[in-house]
Design a protein around this ligand. Structure first.
Ligand code: DAK
Length: 257
C-alpha cells in the first residue's frame, strides 16, 4: 500500500506531501497521524530549519473524510474528543510550517492550511469551508482563523454560503502570502523555505513566536513579549555573527546558537 503521507528532506527543508489521490486527499486519522509523525521527526532533526506541507497539483485536501465520520453520534464525538489528538500537531510546531496549496483546500483542508504559519497558493487554488452543506460546521478552527485572516465579512460569507475563494481573492483578502502558477508553486515554496532555513534557527523560532503572539494577546502585552525576545537575541552567538558579517561585508555563518 502506498503511504498516505510522503516525507522528503531537501537540504534543510522537510517536505510533507499528503498522498491520498483516490479520495481527494481527504483527511482521516491515519493521514493526520502521518503528518504529526513527520512533524515530530523534522522538529527533532537539527538540520531542518523549515517545514512545507503540500498535496498534489489538483488538491491540497478536500476536508475530513466524510465517509469515516458520517455515522459518528454526539456521544462518540464528544467522548473521543473527535480525534482532536493528532489533528493539531501543526499548531504546536516550533519551526515554521508553510502550506503549499494547489487545487482544493476545503473544510479540514482549509483549516490545516490555516494552521500553518503561512500559505503559498497556486493560481488554481480554491479555499472553502463548505461544512454547512453537510449539515455541520467548521470544527478545526475554520470559523475562528478565517475571520482573523480575511475579515468577519468574508469569513461569514464563506462559512454561511459555502462559497469558495480563488487564489487571487485569497491573496487580496490576506489569506495567502504569495500566489504562483501551479507548475512553479512547489519550487518557489521550497526556495522560500530554504531562505528561512538559512537563518539562525533560534531567531526564526522567536520571530514565529512573536508574530503568533500578535494574534493572541493585547497590543501592549505582545509588544512587551516582542521587546523581551528582541533583547534576548543579544545573548546569541548568531546575533554577534550576523552583525559582524554585515560590518565586514561577508555572508553570515549561523550556528544556531
Ligand atoms: N471525504 C471523503 N471522500 C471525499 C472527500 C471527503 N472530504 N472529498 C472527495 N472525496 C472523494 C469522493 O467521494 C470521490 O470518491 P469516489 O466516488 O471516486 O470513490 C473522490 O474523492 C473524487 O471526488 P469527486 O468525484 O467529488 O471529485 P470532483 O472533482 O467532482 O469534486 C470536490 C471535487 C473537492 C469539489 C468534491 O469532492 C467535494 O465537494 N468534496 C467534499 C468537500 C467537503 O465538503 N469538505 C468538507 C468536509 S467536512 C475536526 C477535524 C476536521 C474537521 C472538523 C473537525 N476535529 C479534529 C475536531 C473537518 C471537517 C470537514 O472537512
Amino acid at each position: 500500500m502506498t503511504a498516505l503521507v510522503l516525507n522528503e528532506t531537501i537540504n534543510k527543508v522537510g517536505l510533507i506531501r499528503i498522498n491520498r489521490p483516490e479520495a481527494m486527499n481527504a483527511l482521516n486519522a491515519d493521514v493526520m497521524a502521518g503528518i504529526s509523525a513527520a512533524i515530530d521527526a523534522f522538529e527533532a532533526d537539527e538540520n531542518i530549519g523549515c517545514i512545507v506541507i503540500t498535496g498534489s497539483d489538483k488538491v491540497f485536501a478536500a476536508g475530513a473524510d466524510i465517509g469515516a465520520m458520517k455515522d459518528y453520534d454526539y456521544m462518540h464525538a464528544y467522548k473521543t474528543d473527535y480525534i482532536t489528538r493528532g489533528w493539531e500537531r501543526i499548531k504546536t510546531a516550533r519551526k515554521p510550517v508553510i502550506a503549499a496549496v494547489a487545487g482544493y483546500a476545503l473544510g479540514g483542508g482549509c483549516e490545516v492550511a490555516m494552521m500553518c504559519d503561512m500559505i503559498f497558493a497556486a493560481d488554481n487554488a480554491k479555499f472553502g469551508q463548505p461544512e454547512i452543506r453537510l449539515g455541520t460546521m467548521p470544527g478545526l478552527g475554520g470559523s475562528q482563523r478565517l475571520p482573523r485572516a480575511v475579515s468577519k465579512a468574508k469569513a461569514m460569507d464563506m462559512c454561511l454560503t459555502a462559497r469558495m475563494m480563488d487564489a487571487a481573492e485569497a491573496e487580496k483578502a490576506g489569506l495567502v502570502a504569495r500566489v504562483y502558477p501551479v507548475d512553479q508553486l512547489l519550487d518557489e515554496t521550497l526556495k522560500a523555505a530554504a531562505t528561512i532555513a538559512s537563518f539562525s534557527l533560534p531567531v526564526v523560532m522567536m520571530v514565529k513566536e512573536s508574530v503568533n503572539r500578535a494574534w493572541e494577546s493585547s497590543l501592549n502585552e505582545s509588544l512587551l513579549f516582542e521587546r523581551r525576545l528582541f533583547h534576548s537575541t543579544f545573548a546569541l552567538e548568531d546575533q554577534k555573527e550576523g552583525m559582524a558579517a554585515f560590518v565586514e561585508k561577508r555572508k553570515a555563518v549561523f550556528k544556531n546558537r
